[in-house]
Design a protein around this ligand. Structure first.
Ligand code: HPA
Length: 279
């Protein structure tokens, strides 16, 4: 188990291994969750380093999450790509699921752009829509900042407002085709793996959430704590309100997100250009 007291040293060791294999860190890392891996397919990449090869990093075990780190060469410069992510429902602690963010910070990455799948709670949303995260509601019982020593000038009592800054959200919207159906909204992060009951979906909607998923918020908290700029976009893979039924399966999630992401050619190059402009 990755202990909070060891996380900084472990991140330095993992970062030095990645530096040896992949070179200097690109300024921006993207995390490609369920169904989003198609975004990286159009670019040349360096060798990919599997999670299990990186010291201290757990293995990815969910279908559609390869569990690899690579750099891709876009027309706007290199981008770090994390293909797949770790979830607490796989048995990992919140800190372990966020360990890649510690590694990137130690390696020299300065921004984290996250892509994920989510269930729609806002009744206006349709499957395949995109939602840029304006704010989140963190509902994991287990915060990645639990038990961290106050080291390296950081405080675990970190402010959580403004984790998804306006300028990143506006720039990200500018990266998407004008015809893409995309709203900004509040993302509720639940531990999963079961999907919401009708009553839970209604409760989250009443609480102000527009979409619900099983990631993103812990990584954003870690990124904020570590001084990385953050933004996130999710694809609505299924709608929970007004239907109050979860997706029929994880396959439905992968197919719907993959289809929507397939309509966003060149997105990673635009993200790299955005990072160059904003960092
Ligand atoms: N709920 C939680 N997480 C999800 C969902 C959902 O309906 N769809 C995709 N990820």
């Amino acid at each position: 188990m990755l202990l909070p007291v060891e996380v900084n040293a472990a991140a330095r060791e993992a970062a030095s291994m990645l530096r040896e294999r992949l070179g200097e860190a690109p300024p921006c890392a993207v995390v490609l969750g369920s169904g989003w891996d198609v975004l990286a397919a159009e670019y040349d990449s360096t060798e990919a380093v599997d999670f299990h090869e990186v010291p201290g990093l757990c293995e990815a075990g969910v279908e559609g999450h390869r569990g690899a780190i690579k750099t891709v060469a876009t027309g706007a410069g290199p981008l770090l790509v994390q293909d797949g992510r770790l979830h607490c429902y796989e048995g990992y602690t919140s800190l372990e699921t966020c360990f890649p963010v510690w590694i990137y910070a130690s390696w020299g990455v300065r921004a984290l752009v996250m892509f994920s799948a989510a269930g729609g709670l806002n009744p206006v949303y349709l499957p395949g829509d995109l939602m840029i995260v304006r704010d989140h509601i963190m509902l994991w019982g287990n915060n990645p900042l639990f038990h961290l020593p106050d080291e390296e000038g950081r405080s675990r009592f970190t402010a959580s407002h403004g984790l998804y800054p306006d300028r990143w959200r506006d720039a990200l919207r500018g990266c998407l085709p004008a015809e893409a159906r995309c709203e900004e909204g509040v993302y509720a992060s639940v531990p999963g793996p079961s999907y919401e009951t009708g009553a839970e979906a209604q409760m989250l909607r009443i609480a102000g959430a527009d979409a619900v998923g099983m990631s993103t918020a812990p990584e954003a908290l870690a990124a904020g704590y570590l001084g990385l700029q953050t933004c996130a976009v999710c694809c609505i893979s299924n709608v929970l309100v007004p239907y109050s039924g979860g997706p029929q399966s994880h396959e439905v999630v992968l197919t719907t997100v993959g289809r929507s992401a397939g309509r966003l050619p060149g997105l990673l190059e635009k993200v790299a250009a955005t990072a160059n402009m904003l960092l």
